[in-house]
Ligand binder design. Sequence first.
Ligand code: OXD
Ligand code: MN
Length: 596
Amino acid sequence: MAALTQNKAVLTWLDEQVKMLQPDEIVWIDGSEELYDKLRKEALSTGEMTLLNQEKLPGCLLHRTAPNDVARVEDRTFICAPTRKEAGPTNNWMDPKEMYAKLKGLYTGAMKGRTMYVIPYSMSVVGSPFAKIGIEITDSIYVVLNMAIMTRVGKNVMDALGDSPDFIKGIHAKKDVNPEDRYIVQFPQDNTICSVNSAYGGNVLLGKKCFALRIASYLGRNEGWMAEHMLILGIENPNGEIRYLTAAFPSACGKTNLAMLIPPEGYKAKGYKVWCVGDDIAWLRVGPDGRLWAVNPENGFFGVAPGTNEGSNPNALAATRKGTIFTNVALNLDDNTVWWEKLDKNPPVNALEWKGEKVNGPEYIANGGKLAHPNSRFTAPAVNCPCISSEFNNPQGVPISAIVFGGRRAKTAPLVYQSFDWNHGVFVGSIMASETTAAAAGAVGVVRRDPMAMLPFCGYNMGDYFGHWIEMGKKIPHQPKIFNVNWFRTDDEGNFIWPGFGDNLRVLEWIMKRAFDEIDAVETEIGYMPKPEDINIEGLDGITLDTMKGLLSVDKELWKEDVKSIKEFYSKFDEFDTLPAELKKELADFEARLAK
Ligand code: OXD
Ligand code: MN
């Protein structure tokens, strides 16, 4: 097949890969429906994909990965910068030469007897000042069809690249999905990503975590912008004015749910609306007006299926009703539709569980089985989402007024607080943490630090990443205000106090009022906090002013304990001495405030 470009850098790179991978055939993905159709048919004929009920789920397909290949593999993910210091204390590192040699061994002849697909894709709208181009080569139709949903793919991307050598190189070979030889490797200095022996989304859709976070965070540092693990949403008030925020949460804190929030009844009646710009990744740049502007570089949602339902996230559910690829969910054999835990109360009796074994759903669940894998996913086009923002495809992005960090803390963190200023906000982001819950194996209440939710996704030394945040603050004349939220405070019986979900808008409303200097706050040791009566609790069952006082209380003794754990976490950065002086000062100041 003719190449879609004459670009010398692209063709030379491809030639080298073809020599190494030795595919039987090469297919360029031009973005045409004809080609996708042909590939879908091929995947259906080989059993790689299953066609779902085309009346109920038009254009939807099901795929099962190997049971040993169902999630991102952080222990096999490497940042191969020239030195260990550049990768930093929180990333796995190997000498690039050694890693390239290892990968060459794994890749040589890996596509013999197979077809190599060449996918030109753009992260962000083609032609946007934010956009970056990647080329992923892969031997998996599943990857091609997922990339077609998650990114902007096609010939126009190569046309936009022209003869520039400025593209991110991605190589994926499925091989035999051997977990012992599975590697997800970023070479930030070479704009190169290598993935081998996996076929699970997070490891093989190279535009997402590998490029849009790991490589992009490194590029952002060099080029003066930011790549963050953040949702982006807009809140429309009754006057029709829309204010935007970004928010970073560790996994299992409801990021996709918050991004697609449905306002509580009272707010809906007044005319409030929430618009989703993105659910996972934000690229942020200083605009000509001195504000921080954000785009979602992706074009779809790669969301966790279990737990998604009409109550928790009707917008996400609606997004999955057409043109979606499901991975590792259960199949209802009676009507050829999909099912996952908590979708509804009717697990299919006549089912294939996620590995493809025929089971009686209710019995299987009663015996402790899971019909869908807990990390089963939907890959859904963003345009399907009923609350997708009208600015989703705006090449300039949206102006950001607030940055929200959050974690899952049973006692320490209050419902919401605001940082005193930018540097204090960076400190607040750097100490982000979640406590393990009883749902996960291991000890309950163990604090895991996940700064800015970027621990697995920072493409360079995380101490330098904190430094970049500090530097960015100096470059943004009109900085967004920085906040922290915690939806997960519990009472003495361990029950969540705050209702969460749509009611989180009540907290976001306060955040936006603060961001626009429309409301006073109380100064505390940890930051500015709402007066308990300033969070609107109208129409909330069982939440009183006293409840709000509890949710907004600051227990200095707990924070003193937390300071010990922050120090322990910060000491990781002693090895290369990369923790910015500004954060050391923030910690010292915080300790002094607590000691008063
Ligand atoms: C994701 C993740 O899949 O953060 O988005 O793991
Ligand atoms: Mn994520």
